[in-house]
Design a protein around this ligand. Structure first.
Ligand code: PFF
Length: 458
């Protein structure tokens, strides 16, 4: 029933399929949920005025994110191939597959700065375990993080260790084991988030924090806020660089694409909102600044844990699970360039994994030093860390998403689209017209308008 017969494909391209529908969804959600929800969302919301950002973010998830997730799913499962192969198979003899380069570039940039933050989670897990995160005031937590980052060596070392772990798992091809483990542990992370959420709601200035997050102040709405919210929506859904496409190539014929896209988008957004509800009441109660930037969560969370009974144990467990969530995300983004090096450049898996690791090691080190000795080295007013984060999330991912929506909306065969959405006639597709309207018009035009608005053209 699938359009391509797996047994006719070359061995490295044969379709491996998820055994269960739950496995397919859990792995996709595993890629989506990570530091983007718990670290990046609160700091982006904090620096972009809270409520106005939140409103745009949720709006973009619904009108741009979910339709583009469905578009990537259709291309991935419809071809059973990665981003280059999918474009080539669906539009042979055209230049569409060059879009794959945008995905490779974005994945390497994200891997570089993401590994630094993942390294911070390992440091904080370790420090919690040995009881070294025991301070009284917000200023002390701030100074502690500052001292760690500006010390250069420790952040560098943790970035390298994290990348080495990523490398070993990828080269041994044991990522499936990690994913299985994380499928068991991620629900625990979810439960922990709910517990911390309830705790935050009992804090003195909880209402101030909630007002900041949920009450949009429209005077704050600007092109910068919209671009930031759009970038966050794409980053959080691992969208626009071929990651969702690659995962969908493993889906079986039973997986319902639209339902899965809603589930992925819904769970991912829920985790981000939970993180916001944990962080902002604490920010206001402990007298911190919501606009602290990338370091926000690492200063606020330890203060929350400190106020809880058995704080060190909660803290160790939480940072460990956060580290695991980031690992499932980096494994998925590394796979994009590794597959490219193998399938397009004829490299061996070992060679491809080494090259991916070497690039991330060099650029990850520069990102790690952005909070230390390279802090004064800026390009367009941004440190290397901030530049990588900004360019990949706010430009490359939405651009990739826009092109995927245009491709699926205007170029992909309608019969294949109908088959993919209905699982080859197994069920009726309600709302296909509306979905296709979103993919053909709303997503590309919406992304273009935000881009034009951010460079001051409209
Ligand atoms: N979506 C992940 C997160 O929110 O942490 C980050 C991510 C993973 C981005 C995989 C891109 C990607 F290909």
């Amino acid at each position: 029933m699938t359009p391509n017969n797996p047994s006719q494909l070359p061995q490295d391209q044969q379709r491996i399929q998820f055994n269960t529908r739950l496995g397919a969804i859990a792995t996709t959600v595993g890629s989506a949920i990570g530091l983007g929800n718990i670290w990046r969302f609160p700091y982006e919301a904090g620096t972009h005025g809270g409520g106005a950002f939140m409103l745009c973010y949720i709006g973009f998830i619904i009108i741009l994110g979910i339709p583009v997730v469905v578009a990537e799913f259709m291309m991935g499962r419809g071809t059973g191939l990665n981003v280059f192969g999918a474009f080539r198979k669906l539009a042979p003899g055209t230049s569409w597959h060059y879009l794959g380069y945008v995905g490779i570039l974005a994945s390497l940039m994200i891997l570089s700065f993401y590994s630094v933050v993942a390294g911070w989670t390992v440091e904080y897990c370790w420090q919690s375990a040995i009881g070294a995160l025991d301070f009284e005031t917000a200023d002390e937590y701030h100074a502690h993080f500052d001292e760690f980052c500006s010390g250069n060596w420790r952040p560098l070392l943790w970035t390298w260790i994290f990348l080495a772990l990523n490398f070993v798992i990828l080269i041994r091809g044991v990522s499936k084991g990690i994913e299985k483990m994380s499928n068991i542990l991620m629900p625990i992370l979810f439960l922990l988030l709910i517990v911390f959420c309830i705790n935050s709601l009992t804090l003195d200035k909880a209402s101030e924090g909630l007002k900041f997050l949920f009450h949009p102040d429209f005077s704050q709405l600007s092109s910068k806020v919209m671009l930031g919210a759009m970038g966050q929506a794409f980053f959080s859904l691992s969208l626009g660089l071929g990651c969702m496409m690659t995962y969908a190539s493993y889906f079986n014929d039973e997986t319902r694409l639209v339902k899965s896209a809603f589930l992925t988008g819904g769970l991912d957004t829920m985790v981000a909102i939970l993180a916001g509800v944990i962080i902002f009441p604490a920010v206001f109660t402990f007298g911190m600044s919501p606009a602290a930037g990338p370091t926000l969560v690492f200063e606020v969370l330890p203060s929350i844990f400190h106020s809880l009974p058995f704080g060190a144990a909660w803290s160790t467990l939480f940072f460990f699970l956060l580290f695991l969530a980031s690992l499932t995300s980096t494994l998925s983004m590394s796979e994009i360039s590794i597959k490219f090096f193998i399938q397009e450049k004829g490299m061996t898996r070992r060679g491809a994994t080494c090259l991916n690791g070497a690039i991330a090691l060099v650029f990850g080190s520069l990102c790690a030093l952005s909070f230390g000795d390279l802090g004064s080295f800026t390009i367009c007013g941004m440190t290397i860390f901030n530049l990588f984060d900004y360019v990949s999330s706010n430009i490359l991912l939405p651009f990739g998403g826009m092109m995927i929506a245009i491709f699926v909306g205007w170029k992909m065969d309608r019969g294949l689209i109908r088959n993919e959405l209905s699982n080859y006639g197994q069920h009726q597709v309600r709302g296909m017209g509306f979905l296709m309207f979103c993919i053909r018009f709303i997503a590309p035009v919406g992304i273009l308008l935000v881009f034009l608005n951010s460079i001051g053209i409209i």
